[in-house]
Design a protein around this ligand. Structure first.
Ligand code: ARG
Length: 620
């Protein structure tokens, strides 16, 4: 379906041209005075200068022309058109048009959303966990934002390829190997004369691994010799030393299983579980090629590529592609990964969701990739740089004793807080409350994050996030649950009304009724009628914005726009609900229309939260 805003702009354009003015002045925007109008056009002001006329003269002529052109239409778009001083054109959508628009939306695939993609591949790099290191809250944002963008893109018809891009090739591997040597020297990997098969089972559990890495990392900070050993081991691993490759595989097996579990708990999913290690085979060829093209040159023992461009506002340092000791580098891995992605997917676009402090890194990588011709000049490469999640003190979020907060801990805390809140009311059984708390907790966590513009830092405030009121995830869920309950009550009223004479209220009658209620589609019989009041119209206008918002949110890669929208839609619904007794409405046609209307609200909210990566419980 065409967007309401575009339809309005098209009609306005016709009227401008009809009056002899350039159609480019016919821009229509949402009104900033909803008390006066719904949409407005300020084009007469700009046109006045060009045509040397009074703005109000132009506005009046265009408004009259709009009236004239719509006179012949079966379903005119505007109900009211007004030229006001000094030259605004105020617009209201016709109630009948709005109702027809929503009815079409109700029966259209994807609620009338037009797909912007046609199956083109988009590489989405998010998550970015580091193997064998615990997931911490810093990884939360990348996972949550990335998952939402992946879902939005797929929904809009693109082929999103989500890649977790694990950090699986760094110093942590050498640290673990050497710590393992100190703890279990008898393992065959440390016996240089060993020539048999290696173990098929990992010689440690995830519990041990979680303890080995922090211990090794702490040791390396005070123990110089140990640190050097770890560096040597990392170098040996990176150059293919078989015993260490075998340990590395064990680390990957154990850690990956744990990571998959953790991401699944967050309802975060990936199409590819690749990592920095997968880029390594491409690196020798990459270095050679950069040299052959004359892009890479020696500087203080390192190999670098200049990336500075004339328009840069600050001086950008060259990208180092090989250090003097020959060790693998973050940028080199990313370049190697690009070669692999080009070969496998030839993506139409690259999106990386990573901490905004990595901005320089991505600028360097993108520029080298373009300069060397690995990625086509027209292929967009974007880094969505997110800010820090802070505690209430405004400093990066920590545990109570000042340590790094683990993601698992954070999720457990939020679930516990939601559980306590649910149990305050004690309307549900304990195990149901536990399940519901998980669903609400995840929504609270994700919405708390996604409702902020990604680049901004935000304060993680558990009490605010789990509140059922205000701009929160639980408030949105509460709205959906409220609609579900109205619809269920309406369905059983309807069915009761039609089956009293046959079944009465016997047990059998009751379960048959429940069966029927399941298949009952509210409002299916009759459509949405033109609004009967202002609150109702406001709700309908919000609904009609859906396709516009979804498209813009993805185009700008901005889930917070979607959050803002569902917050406003929920407010509009709750305002409408407050003013109207839906279930007690005696005018049955009006009641059916309201039921159809709120069913559409529910459908829109559900699509949006699904795209944001969370879901609503049945009750709360
Ligand atoms: N592993 C990195 C980190 O923890 C994030 C990876 C981001 N993606 C990328 N292609 N560099 O900081």
């Amino acid at each position: 379906m065409k967007k309401l805003m575009d339809l309005a702009a098209a009609a306005m354009r016709e009227a401008f041209i009809f009056c002899g003015y350039d159609g480019a002045y016919a821009k229509v925007v949402l009104s900033n005075r909803p008390d006066l109008c719904e949409y407005q056009c300020n084009g007469a002001m700009a046109a006045a200068k060009a045509y040397k006329k009074k703005p109000i003269e132009i506005a009046t002529a265009v408004a009259a022309a709009l009236d004239e052109t719509r006179a012949g239409e079966a379903q005119p778009l505007f109900g009211e058109v007004q030229a006001v001083m000094p030259g605004f054109i105020n617009l209201r959508i016709s109630p009948a048009y709005l109702a027809a628009y929503l009815n079409e939306m109700s029966i259209s695939p994807k609620l009338g959303l037009e797909e912007s993609g046609h199956g083109e591949n988009i590489i989405l790099d998010y998550g970015g966990a580091n193997v064998a290191k615990p997931l911490h809250v810093g990884h939360l944002r990348s996972a949550v934002i990335g998952e939402s963008i992946r879902r939005m893109g797929n929904y809009l018809g693109w082929h999103m390829i989500g890649d977790v891009h694990l950090g699986d090739w760094g110093l942590q591997m050498g640290l673990i190997i050497e710590e393992l040597r100190d703890r279990k020297p008898e393992l065959p990997y440390f016996d240089e004369s060993y020539s048999g098969e290696y173990l098929s089972q990992p010689p440690f559990t995830i519990g041990e691994l979680e303890e080995i890495y922090p211990a090794a990392s702490a040791k390396s900070k005070t123990d110089e010799v140990f640190r050097e050993r770890a560096q040597t081991a990392t170098g040996l691993l990176q150059s293919g030393y078989a015993p260490f490759t075998a340990i590395w595989k064990h680390i990957m097996t154990v850690s990956l299983a744990d990571l998959k579990k953790n991401y699944a708990n967050l309802n975060v999913h990936f199409d590819l579980w690749k990592g920095e290690s997968d880029a390594q085979p491409y690196i020798p060829g990459l270095i050679q090629d950069l040299q052959d093209q004359g892009l890479a040159y020696e500087s203080q023992g390192a190999l670098v590529v200049d990336i500075a461009e004339p328009g840069d506002s600050k001086e950008l340092p060259p990208c180092i592609v090989r250090k003097s000791d020959g060790a693998a580098l973050y940028a080199t891995s990313d370049l190697g990964t690009i070669l692999e992605r080009e070969k496998d997917f030839a993506p139409a676009k690259y999106i990386y969701v990573a901490d905004k402090r990595q901005e320089l890194h991505f600028t360097q990588v993108f520029r080298v990739a373009k300069k060397a011709g690995y990625v086509k000049p027209e292929t967009p490469m974007v880094h969505i740089g997110f800010g820090t999640m802070n505690g209430k003190d405004g400093k990066p979020f920590k545990t109570r004793d000042g340590g790094v907060m683990r993601l698992e801990r954070l999720i457990a805390d939020i679930n516990e807080a939601v559980y306590a809140r649910i149990m305050e009311n004690r309307t549900v059984a304990e195990d149901e409350a536990r399940e519901t708390a998980k669903i609400i907790g995840l929504a609270a966590l994700k919405y708390g994050d996604l409702s902020n513009q990604a680049a901004k830092d935000y304060i993680f405030d558990i009490d605010r996030f789990i509140s059922f009121e205000g701009n929160t995830g639980p408030y949105i869920l509460y709205t959906i649950v409220r609609i579900k309950s109205i619809l269920a009550k309406y369905a059983s009223q309807e069915i009761e009304g039609s089956s009293v004479s046959q079944q009465g209220s016997t047990e059998r009658g009751k379960s048959a009724q429940q069966e029927m209620a399941k298949d009952f589609v509210p409002g299916q019989k009759s459509g949405i009628l033109p609004p009967s009041g202002d609150g109702e119209k406001a709700l309908m206008l919000q609904l009609a914005k859906y396709n516009d918002v979804m498209e813009t949110a993805f185009a700008e890669m901005a889930p917070h726009r979607l959050c803002q929208y569902i917050y406003e839609l929920s407010n509009a619904f709750n305002g409408f609900y407050h003013d109207n007794r839906i279930l007690a409405q005696e005018d049955k046609a009006r009641q059916a229309s309201w039921i159809a209307l709120i069913s559409l609200v529910k459908a829109v909210l559900e699509v949006c939260i699904d795209v944001l990566g969370f879901e609503a419980p049945e009750r709360m």
